[in-house]
Design a protein around this ligand. Structure first.
Ligand code: NAD
Ligand code: IPM
Ligand code: MG
Length: 357
């Protein structure tokens, strides 16, 4: 089959990790007789430098006309002094919004060979864990009214957490539907003891739950949830939460899998179309040094094959290749532990390609 994939390498380590992910997809194409047509497009700081905007219209058009999008990461200190609406990150938020991708699926799975890279005591992670964070992606504080104003105390600034009932309902449904295909368990995470937006959020969760009573639902306040993730990650299966809380909790969860360099993600809307990206950023501290872990981006392509293209066998082939690389003891620096083989980003990518079958 033929698939059109728009590729947004972005900034920092973005181009390095997407390059490896594209090589893996090309290998899968050869092995399973598919043709992936890649179109590289600009977004983020590199787009600002070349086009004066972090999200050129051409990028939006090409993404909309593709079957899926692969994104590396955007941002970096070079652009830190730009006003908010020109920042690289604004381009990312805008593309998620433009493409209607309100559900960000972030699986935090502990690969067995990486147990030693997990900072938790062995007894807490026996048998591993498999958490699926379902993060709302196009609402909340990221998109609410924001600004600055003069007050009695001088200049002040504000960002508004605003959620409508339909916005909460659709993400919660997504989480329940995912739970039905897994272990029928959802944990809702909010801050309803303080935030009005969280009180409405929880009301909608409970209302929508009436249609999903076969699923077990429990609620946690976000501060407790942050602690519980470290205390006992195995208690979680599907987590549903807001844009902001999901951003923070998924970075936290990633460390339990060994590194932020391990966590892929899928940003989805109503149809099959999706944008696939690692959860990490542009990692300016290691950019251009062949040190970054490309596995999060490579695993994101597996999610693309599964969700957008219905290629389960091919998706599994990538995940199996990643597991084999780890089982054979190869590690980038972020997941390295004594007795394993330290490799660079390119070598890690090459190994995954060579293990795909
Ligand atoms: N989706 C995205 O495009 C995205 C996500 C997060 C942050 N950002 C942006 O990236 C820039 C840097 O942000 P930050 O430093 O807070 O977060 P970051 O995720 O880029 O890096 C945090 C730390 O994790 C390490 N790290 C990240 N990815 C790694 C990988 N694949 N392999 C090994 N180590 C890895 C980095 O070296 C760094 O020490 C900022 O401009 C931020 O806005 C973009
Ligand atoms: C760069 C930033 C806008 C982005 C977010 O907060 O969504 C990033 O942290 C992520 O997790 O994808
Ligand atoms: Mg983040």
């Amino acid at each position: 089959m033929n698939f059109n994939v728009a590729v947004i390498p972005g900034d920092g380590i973005g181009p390095e990790v997407t390059e490896q992910a594209v090589l893996v997809l090309e290998k899968i194409g050869e092995l399973y007789n598919h043709s992936f047509n890649f179109t590289e497009v600009l977004a983020g700081g590199s787009a600002y430098d070349l086009k004066g905007t972090p999200l050129p219209q051409e990028t939006i058009d090409i993404c909309k006309n593709s079957d899926a999008v692969l994104l590396g990461a955007v941002g970096g200190p070079k652009w830190d002094n730009l006003p908010g609406n020109l920042r690289p990150e604004k381009g990312l938020l805008q593309i998620r919004k433009e493409l209607g991708l309100y559900a960000n699926i972030r699986p935090a799975v502990l690969f067995d060979p990486l147990k030693e890279a997990c900072p938790l005591k062995p007894e807490l992670i026996e048998g591993g864990f498999d958490i699926c964070v379902v993060r709302e992606l196009t609402g909340g504080m990221y998109f609410g009214e924001k600004g600055r104003k003069e007050t009695d105390m001088g200049m002040a600034a504000y960002d508004t957490e605003l959620y409508s009932e339909p916005e909460v309902d659709r993400i919660v449904r997504k989480a329940f539907e995912i739970a039905r295909k897994r272990n029928n368990k959802v944990t809702n995470i909010d801050k309803m003891n303080v935030l009005e937006s969280s009180r409405l959020w929880r009301e909608v969760v409970n209302k929508t739950y009436e249609e999903y009573s076969d699923v077990t639902l429990n609620h946690l306040l976000v501060d407790n949830a942050a602690m519980q993730l470290i205390r006992d990650p195995k208690q979680f299966d599907v987590i549903v939460t807001t844009n902001m809380f999901g951003d923070i909790l998924s970075d936290e969860a990633s460390m339990l899998t060994g590194s932020i360099g391990m966590l892929p993600s899928a940003s989805l809307g109503e149809g099959k179309f999706g944008l696939y990206e690692p959860i990490h950023g542009s990692a300016p501290d290691i950019a251009g040094q062949d040190k970054a872990n490309p596995l999060a981006t490579i695993l994101s392509t597996a999610m693309m094959l599964r969700f957008s293209f219905d290629l389960e066998k091919e998706a599994k082939a990538i995940e199996d290749a990643v597991l084999k690389v780890l089982s054979e003891g190869y590690r980038t620096k972020d997941i390295y532990s004594k007795g394993t083989n330290l490799v660079g980003l390119k070598e890690m990518g090459r190994l995954v390609v060579s293990f795909c079958k």
